[in-house]
Each structure stands twice: as C-alpha cells, then as structure tokens.
Design a protein around this ligand. Structure first.
Ligand SMILES: Cc1ncc(COP(=O)(O)O)c(C=O)c1O
Length: 403
C-alpha cells in the first residue's frame, strides 16, 4: 500500500496554477470605456497611465511601451549603446536583459550574482570591470535586475557607476512596488524598465514602461517607440492635428495601445492591495519553511523597505535530500502545484555558450544557485486554501525526499 500522504496528494484534482492575473470589474469598465471611445491605439489613456505610473514610482518621466524588453532596448539606445560597446548583465535573468545589448551590436559581459539574493553585488561587478580593463575594454552600462522583487544594493552600485563612468539601466520587470532606501524603484537609476506581462505584479497583458529623470532620454525613447516619427497618430488625427509628420530616426514599433493602458490604470489603482496580498502569501511561506531542514527561504527586504514578491524562490539544501531540483519540481507538479525555475543562468544557455565560449562554472554562484532554485506560486488572486495546499505539498515532498 502507498503511504497515506502520497495517496491524499494524488487524490486532489484541482491544479494550483503557477500564476494568474488579477482582473475584475474595474479593469472591465476601463477597457469597455476605451472600446466605446473609438480610439484603440496610443492616445489619451496611455498618457493618463504614464502620468499615474510616474506619480506611483515618483519619477519625472514615464513612457509607456509594448514590453519591458522594448523599454530595455530603447533605454540602452537612448544612452548611445552601440556596436563595440560592452554592457554588464547579471547571468541570473530572463533572455531579454542580454538580448537587447546584442540587438544594438554591443557585447554582453555576464556578472555573477549573490547566491542568496540572486541580485548583482558591487564586488562581482567590480571584478567584471577589472577583467574587462585587463582585456582593454570598458563597459558603458550596467543592467541590474531586481530579482524576484528585491532591490539590488543600488547605493553601492551607483557609487561604482560614478567611479567607472557607467550608466545604470535597471531591469525592474519584477520590481513594481519595490523600494530601496525608502525610494520606489523607478526613481533611482538613469533609466528604469518595468514589465506588465501577464504574470507581473500589475499587468496589461503585454506591456512595459521606461522611467527617468532626464528629459532627453524620455524624449528619445518616445521618439524611437513609434517609428521615429515627429508626431504620433493621436496628434495627427485629432481635431487640431495635421497629417504632416517627419521621420526623424529609424525607430521601432514599441508603443502601447490605449486598450492595454486602460487595464494598466485599473491595475495601478489596486496595486497596493494586490501587493499586500502577495506579501501575506510570502509571509505564510516564510513561516512555514524557514525552519525546515532541506529548505532555504528567500531573503526579505531590509527593515523599512518593500520586497514586491513577484516571485517566491525557495532553495533546496540538496545534501539533505534524495531528490534533485527537477525531481522535486516534478513531484510538486504531480501533486497539482504549478512551479517554475527562475532562471537557467544565461551563461549556461546554448547561444551564449557558443557565442562567448562560456562554461557553467565560470560564474560559480549562479551555477550553484541554479541547481537549487524552485519558484512557487504567488499571486494576489491566490486563495488562502491554495497557499496552504502549496505549503502542504512542499512539506509532503520534503518528507519523502529526506535522506
Ligand atoms: C528579469 C526580466 N527582465 C525582462 C523581462 C521581459 O519582460 P517583457 O515580457 O515585458 O518584455 C522579464 C520577463 O519576464 C524578466 O523576468
């Protein structure tokens, strides 16, 4: 006969998905208003969303875009990153953080991360800068990723950036609602890029935002987001508008639609309540797992700051377990829990291994962490019951996996 815990696990049918957007009547009303307005593309709603977003993160300028990838691309373009330049990117990130420097003809230099926070830290950034200097190279920009919603050590990174003449473009795809030193992420580095992808803390389905204090960069990002045109369609087709426009640069098609912006506006209004719900779930997980042998819980924000808990990434203490990470993930899935891994480090991805001749052990901390990390479901629509089911399933798998 099977052990009882296993049987009860298998009998449960309902799947707890890894992620689910939190949309309700406010989003529906906002979108309906746009659908009935007769204007669907970039227009008044986008401007309203940009103003509200800038206020929320205390930034001077915010430009709405079609994704965080687009924001990262245009941010680096606005800073003049181009062929021959080097951009420092943490290896523990999503594909786009490193793809965009490549799109601009720049070279990526991967930086190892702190094995606990999975964020870049000043010591490893400095090591990378010294290594580059020994090769006769100088980095132009650093793209710190606020991993899972925990801010990178920005003060020390900014000091390094000043000393080495680096721009900082923050990848804040995970970090809407995060604060550092009491300031919201979005008002700290040179340019900050947010994602509104469907799993993010606030979503527009697909979407992104770039924020900055510098008017020249905001203007350049806006220009390049819509074909490099001197006047956007909204300006051209309005009553006071004129059909004339000039192509000022070979721009991209990275604008956000008013339909998406309407979703974003409704999400922004509920953002604080949604963030609190994520925090409650994170707290429940922390309490359930922090003293469990075989697990290491993720770090919290320092006192006074906010972790936005976009992801909840547990680490397995492999020495205490008979299962490896993939087997552990599979066992959770079999119990109806959606899980994921963030991320396979980019220096371990086939393209970068081929293009730069990198080996996994070259960035040892990310390599070490990769074998141990597993992301559990966390989202504002998650019920208390589902969060408890996740806890129970993790503890069940652990019990079976213990040496
Ligand atoms: C760290 C990080 N950067 C960038 C992105 C890209 O965001 P988007 O899908 O909005 O382009 C993601 C997406 O999940 C991400 O996790």
């Amino acid at each position: 006969m099977r052990p009882r815990s296993r049987q009860t696990g298998l009998l449960r049918q309902r799947f707890v998905p890894f992620s689910r957007p939190d949309l309700g009547p406010e989003e529906e009303a906002q979108v309906l208003q746009v659908l009935r307005s007769g204007w669907l593309s970039t227009g008044a709603k986008c401007r309203e969303f940009e103003r509200a977003f800038a206020r929320a993160v205390r930034a001077r300028y915010a430009v709405a875009l079609s994704s965080c990838t687009a924001a990262l691309h245009l941010a680096l373009e606005a800073l003049g990153v181009g062929p021959g330049d080097v951009v420092l990117v943490p290896t523990m990130t999503f594909a786009s953080t490193a793809a965009v420097p490549q799109h601009l003809g720049a070279r990526v230099a991967f930086v190892d991360v702190n094995p606990h926070t999975l964020c870049v830290e000043p010591a490893t950034v400095e090591e990378a800068l010294v290594r580059l200097r020994q090769q006769g190279l100088r980095a132009k920009a650093l793209v710190p990723v606020h991993f899972a919603g925990l801010a990178c050590p920005m003060e020390a990174l900014q000091e390094l950036a000043r000393a080495w003449g680096l721009y900082i473009v923050e990848d804040a795809a995970h970090a809407f609602g995060t604060t550092y030193g009491g300031r919201p992420v979005g008002s700290i580095g040179d340019i900050t890029c947010f994602s509104f992808y469907a799993t993010k803390n606030i979503t527009t389905g697909e979407g992104g935002m770039a924020t900055t204090e510098e008017p020249r960069w905001a203007e350049r990002i806006r220009l390049m987001s819509l074909h490099g045109l001197s006047a956007n369609a909204w300006q051209r087709y309005s009553m006071q508008g004129s059909w004339h426009y000039h192509v000022l640069a070979p721009g991209y098609k990275y604008n956000l639609s008013d339909v998406a912006a309407a979703l974003g506006l409704a999400q922004l209004r509920r953002a604080e309540a949604m963030r609190r719900r994520r925090q409650e779930i994170a707290r429940l997980y922390q309490q359930a797992f922090s003293h469990v042998q075989g697990l290491r819980t993720p770090p919290e924000a320092p006192p006074g700051d906010v972790h936005s808990w976009h992801l909840y990434v547990l680490k397995l203490r492999l020495r205490a377990l008979r299962l490896n990470r993939d087997e552990f993930a599979h066992a959770l899935q079999k119990r109806g829990i959606g899980v994921s891994v963030h991320f396979r480090p980019l220096h371990m991805q086939p393209y970068y291994q081929r293009a730069y001749g990198l080996r996994p052990q070259e960035l040892p901390r990310a390599y070490w962490a990769f074998e141990r990390i597993i992301s559990l479901p966390i989202y504002s629509r998650m019920s208390h019951e589902d969060a408890h089911r996740v806890v129970e399933a993790v503890l069940e798998v652990l019990k079976e996996a213990a040496r």
